[in-house]
Design a protein around this ligand. Structure first.
Ligand SMILES: [Ca+2]
Ligand SMILES: [Ca+2]
Length: 244
């Protein structure tokens, strides 16, 4: 069961007026592509590299952490807490929960190397050689209907975090690290994804599906309000998003 869009839609007449005014000013610079807005003109209004709206949200019970702050809590830049602490500016998916984010305008474009960063709230534990993780599978789509996933195949033993998933690398970009560029894969932390690996040149949607149960092989980290994957933010590395 999918929830309806979480953002409010403007009245039809207002929406039409906004569209008429907005379109000429919104053509991507030099991109040559028609303006694409998965947020239906009702994203967060920020012309930035971060997700612009929540297109769909289907959490698993009993997750509830951060839900009252949706959609804003997963839009905008990551609010990471560094390598040794999990950020709390997140919304929990619960085990098996999913969320779809929209990127307006250029969306996410394939450039050299990684194109997308997904930020959860993993953190180092013990002597720092291990990481507590709640992984998620990430998929991308250009039309919002056909999604292609990057491989994320947890082993079920809770061993080293599975490569290819989101939610396995601590988030360094955040309020305590103002000089860290949250769109730079070399310094931001989070987990990086390359559209070229999927054969895509562009994406306006990403879908994250919690895989915590598959990672641990049981429901140890599925209970409570903060169970499963905790989404902080997502960023386009090369593209720029805009709404207005
Ligand atoms: Ca790329
Ligand atoms: Ca987490």
């Amino acid at each position: 069961m999918s929830s309806p869009r979480l953002h409010r839609s403007p009245p039809p007449r207002l929406a039409a007026a906004l569209l008429a005014v907005a379109l000429p000013a919104c053509a991507p610079d030099g991109g040559g592509d028609a303006f694409t807005d998965p947020c239906d003109g009702d994203g967060d209004g920020a012309r930035d590299p971060f997700a612009d709206c929540v297109v769909a949200f289907d959490p698993a019970e009993p997750a509830g952490f951060g839900h009252d702050a949706l959609p804003d809590i997963v839009l905008g830049p990551p609010q990471g807490a560094g390598p040794d602490a999990g950020g709390t500016d997140v919304a929990s998916l619960g085990c098996g929960g999913t969320i779809v984010l929209g990127f307006s305008g250029e969306g996410i474009v394939d450039g050299p190397g990684p194109d997308l960063l997904v930020f959860e709230n993993p953190f180092r534990v013990g002597d720092g050689s291990a990481t507590f993780a709640e992984p998620g599978e990430v998929a991308a789509s250009e039309d919002g209907e056909t999604f292609v996933a990057w491989p994320c195949d947890p082993t079920g033993d809770g061993g080293p975090p599975p490569p290819g998933c989101a939610g396995i690398t601590p988030v360094l970009a955040g309020p305590n690290a103002p000089d860290v560029d949250p769109t730079n894969p070399d310094e931001a932390g989070g987990d990086a994804f390359d559209l070229a690996d999927l054969g895509l040149s562009r994406a306006h949607y990403i879908r994250i599906t919690d895989r915590t149960r598959a990672y641990y092989g049981d429901d140890t980290w599925c209970g409570g309000a903060a169970g499963g994957f905790d989404l902080d933010a997502a960023a386009a590395v090369h593209g720029t998003s805009w709404n207005d």
